[in-house]
Design a protein around this ligand. Structure first.
Ligand code: NAP
Length: 311
């Protein structure tokens, strides 16, 4: 009988690339796709008619119990920049522990998609994940923690959209001379599927999943420019404007934001003006058994895909 595999933030960037290959194995996995908004509920119901789509409020323990009911594995992606992020995760971990304690429980694996260097206490979105990791490590659950970095995919669409510009400009939300190790969602998704499938081989492991050595944003932007045969001019967006734009991207353009929602983006952009977040791609390459995808390779793949879908 197919095992129940739960994925949270099922409409998000990570799950969008994880779900398709698992959905193709209905004899092995019955997918339970957890969403928050009605819009995502309707979208995923249509996109994956063979999956169970569940709308849940992670603040409500009863909803958290429903989402792990009868499940074997949960792939937990934590909602972005929510002040209650820690409580959401604690509720879901508590629910998983209660599920595991049921007679004849099948629950066996809690996979947490966290973030690279959750110990960075100056960043609220990292600090909250540090506490979540701690809570999970101290639970009685068999777990795996994945630590992706800044996704190379985040800005690629904006760069590729300039492919026909004579003098393309990239508006940088923070100091582009600061170096980051990027992650690529494609590689992150492939590693995630492998970990879901291989299960016990990855129990109690914490993996840094980055795809590049540290590279400055200027190098990242130009590597995409090279794919397009363009030289990008890079301009800085003033800090306050960058925060405003970032908040609009995260929470929608028309919302009057409470300061508790602005805190994390404000600190993130301030931090990125002086420090990047760096890691080593070796762990990801070991897991995948192949070299990681560079931002330039990702851009080339997206350009090729664009050509094949438009022809
Ligand atoms: N972006 C990066 O560069 C990066 C890098 C490393 C780690 N991360 C981490 O990745 C996670 C986000 O994953 P993602 O990028 O796949 O998602 P995403 O594309 O940012 O989408 C946001 C997701 O959050 C869900 N959500 C929003 N508010 C919620 C709430 N109150 N309760 C439950 N779900 C809620 C949305 O669900 P609905 O559509 O149903 O509203 C949606 O699935 C965050 O924890 C972030 O820190 C991001």
């Amino acid at each position: 009988m197919a095992e129940i595999l739960v994925l949270t933030c099922a409409s998000g960037k990570q799950c969008t690339q994880i779900i398709p290959s698992l959905y193709e194995q209905p004899q092995k996995y019955r997918l339970r796709l957890v969403v928050h908004s009605q819009k995502s509920f309707e979208k995923l119901e249509k996109q994956y008619p063979g999956a169970e789509v569940l709308q849940a409020d992670l603040n409500v323990p009863g909803d958290c119990a429903r989402l792990v009911d009868g499940a074997t594995t949960i792939y937990y992606v934590s909602p972005t920049f929510q002040p209650q992020e820690q409580h959401f995760a604690f509720n879901v971990i508590d629910a998983a522990m209660a599920e595991k304690a049921k007679p004849n429980s099948k629950f066996s694996h809690f996979i947490l998609s966290s973030v690279l260097h959750p110990e960075i206490s100056k960043l609220l979105n990292h600090d909250r994940k540090r506490l979540i990791e701690e809570y999970l490590c101290e639970s009685s659950l068999c777990y795996t923690i994945l630590q992706p970095s800044h996704f190379a995919d985040n800005a690629i669409g904006r760069l590729l959209a300039k492919k026909d510009c004579q003098a393309p400009v990239f508006m940088a939300a923070h100091d582009p001379e600061v170096a980051f190790s990027f992650s690529c969602i494609r590689d992150h998704a492939e590693a995630s599927v492998k970990i879901i499938q291989e299960q016990s081989r990855h129990f109690f492991a914490t993996y840094q999943l980055v795809t590049t050595w540290p590279m400055k944003y200027t190098q990242y932007v130009q590597s995409i420019g090279d794919v397009l045969g363009k030289t990008f001019e890079i301009k800085r967006v003033p800090y306050e404007q960058a925060v405003q734009k970032y908040c609009e991207l995260l929470f929608g353009p028309d919302r009057v934001l409470d300061q508790s929602l602005r805190d994390a983006p404000e600190r993130l952009l301030l931090y990125y003006n002086s420090r990047g977040i760096v890691g080593n791609p070796g762990v990801l390459e070991w897991l995948l058994g192949r070299p990681a995808t560079s931002p330039a390779q990702l851009a080339s793949m997206m350009v090729e895909k664009g050509k094949s879908t438009s022809s």
